[in-house]
Design a protein around this ligand. Structure first.
Ligand code: ADP
Ligand code: MG
Length: 507
């Protein structure tokens, strides 16, 4: 927007202030005047078996302080030893997001005092992150966009302070101290809370495809700090930002950013100034509140970690890791569209998570009917996963059993209601074969006219009124006849054939 239209909007907003409905009108105008700028810092907890610098388990849920070594406790004289998988997982993330990988990167000490950090410093990376200059592609409803990644670096988690178990004391659990994290820092490229939501969703999808993090934000394995500022549209320089913390779901990230954008615009419109500070999102009150001001005052006195040698990445190591990368979601999505001829929406649903996409393709190995299999998975299978809040890895029906069931229907051996009944039965007992169940449950469709015709005749004889109306032109009654016949055949008749014979007989 050029300067002229900007001043036009300014004068427009002063006109509207006198309007009765000033609040809502003003906020819309104010929104048009300003543009929000958002950059995210995302921490992902890596699924390595042992900690970043000590050979001890990272498993979640152990009794407090049972998964610790002298190193995690900050004992003097202990030495960190770098977990190779921390490096490999981080590089996977870097390669999957088009980052450059530094040939040589170093760890640094970030010094601060906190009870859950007995060493007095966190091992992180500072000046030389291992991955940098990447990007992540997001798809919005009506446009697509690429968000720049400044860097991805490796670091360790701190322990956990527990404030609500003892009435007097804060308790400290150091099981989490030293668990490996990556921090993914974006460029300030997002402009709306929805873009931030899409970006975060994409990160979750990527880490899950790579199997380096479970992506669960509610449980804290994915954490997000949001930096938010606003500026008049058309202005080049960034406005003063605030940093939002404590959002433990995707929706809360979106809501907190939305709230903060509006707060900043209202503040500026009222003649105030945004102060650089860290704010906590309060999900109950749906508002941000101050945590500490003067973030700039933090001085972590970073210096290179003297106990860990520089991390050197060779071309061989890079090539090897590249080979381990799975097909990534965007590419898989395109392949599902071009190779399997799925529409985009279906392809998107099926590639949303890797386990589901794998299950779908495994089913296709047994029955190469992409559309039919997609339909059953997107309706029946996803319904069960949602109802039971389970993931596909816990789904009872194996892909070859599902393929067998779908092919029974595909070959017209059972009808859709029978398929549904057998599906439900298989859920109870995933091991049974669909065909055996169909026989046991007496659901094999009979396409033998000798079986169907007497039933049709009976239905026609018993419903003379409907027959009369049908003949007078009320053709919708065909459904009524088919229904009766299906009922009487106990679902075994082939509805297509039933329809043909009825029409034949009634004309
Ligand atoms: P720090 O480590 O002190 O939080 P960084 O400069 O590393 O600061 O920035 C952190 C995040 O803040 C990055 O994601 C960056 O894109 C974002 N950011 C920086 N300046 C702004 C701004 N003015 N408005 C919104 N986001 C910003
Ligand atoms: Mg920050």
């Amino acid at each position: 927007m050029d300067l002229n239209s900007y001043s036009l909007l300014t004068s427009l907003s002063s006109v509207i202030i006198n309007d009765e409905n000033k609040n809502s009108q003003m906020s819309t105008i104010a929104h048009e005047k300003y543009e929000a700028v958002i950059g995210l810092e995302v921490h992902a907890q890596l699924l390595t078996e042992s900690k970043a610098f000590a050979p001890v388990s990272t498993e979640f849920g152990g009794a407090p302080n049972t998964q610790v070594t002298p190193l995690c406790l900050g004992h003097p004289g202990t030495l960190p030893v770098l977990n190779e998988n921390l490096v490999r997982y981080t590089i996977k993330m870097g390669l999957a997001t088009n980052c450059k990988v530094a040939e040589k990167s170093i760890f640094a000490r970030k010094n601060y005092f906190y009870p859950d950090l007995p060493k007095g410093y966190q091992i992180s990376q500072y000046e030389t992150p291992i991955c940098y200059d990447g990007d992540i592609h997001i798809e919005m409803e009506s446009y697509e966009k690429t968000i720049g990644l400044t860097r991805i670096h490796m670091e360790e988690d701190a322990g956990k302070s527990i404030h609500d178990q003892d009435p007097r004391n804060t308790l400290v659990d150091l099981n989490r101290a030293g668990v490996p994290l990556i921090e993914i820092v974006s460029e300030p490229d997002m402009r709306t809370p929805q873009e931030a939501y899409a970006y975060l969703t994409k990160i979750k999808q990527i880490v899950q495809y790579l199997e380096i993090c479970d992506g669960n934000m509610e449980e804290g394995s994915l954490r997000c700090d949001a930096n938010v500022s606003v500026r008049p549209r058309g202005q080049k320089e960034l406005g003063t930002r605030t940093e939002l913390k404590n959002m433990n779901s995707f929706r809360n990230v979106e809501r907190a950013i939305q709230f903060e954008i509006e707060r900043q615009i209202e503040l500026i419109e009222a003649g105030g100034e945004v102060v650089q500070q860290t704010l906590l999102w309060d999900a109950n009150k749906m508002e941000t509140r101050q945590m500490r001001s003067k973030e700039e005052a933090h001085d972590y006195r970073y210096f290179p970690e003297p106990d860990i040698p520089p991390v050197i990445i060779t071309q061989e190591m890079l090539d090897e890791i590249k080979k381990e990368l799975p097909e990534m979601p965007d590419i898989r999505l395109q392949r599902f569209i071009s190779e399997l001829q799925l529409n985009e929406e279906d392809a998107r649903t099926l590639t949303e998570n890797r386990g589901l996409a794998d299950y779908y393709e495994e089913t296709l190995q047994h029955l190469n009917e992409p559309k039919a299999v997609a339909n059953v998975i997107m309706t029946e299978v996803l319904r069960v996963l949602n109802e039971e809040s389970i993931s596909i890895s816990d789904f009872k029906i194996t892909s070859n059993r599902l393929a067998e069931l779908i092919s029974l229907k595909h070959d017209d051996k059972i009808n859709s209601s029978a398929m549904q009944q057998i599906f439900n039965e298989m859920l109870e007992n995933g091991k049974s074969s669909a065909e055996e169940l169909a026989k046991e449950m007496n659901l094999i469709q009979v396409s033998d006219a000798g079986f169907i015709e007497p039933i049709i005749d009976e239905v026609i004889n018993q419903n003379p009124d409907e027959v009369k109306r049908f003949k007078e032109g009320k053709k919708q009654l065909i459904g009524f006849f088919i229904g009766k016949v299906m009922q009487r055949s106990k679902g075994k008749a082939n509805p297509k054939q039933v329809r043909e014979i009825i029409i034949d007989k009634l004309n």
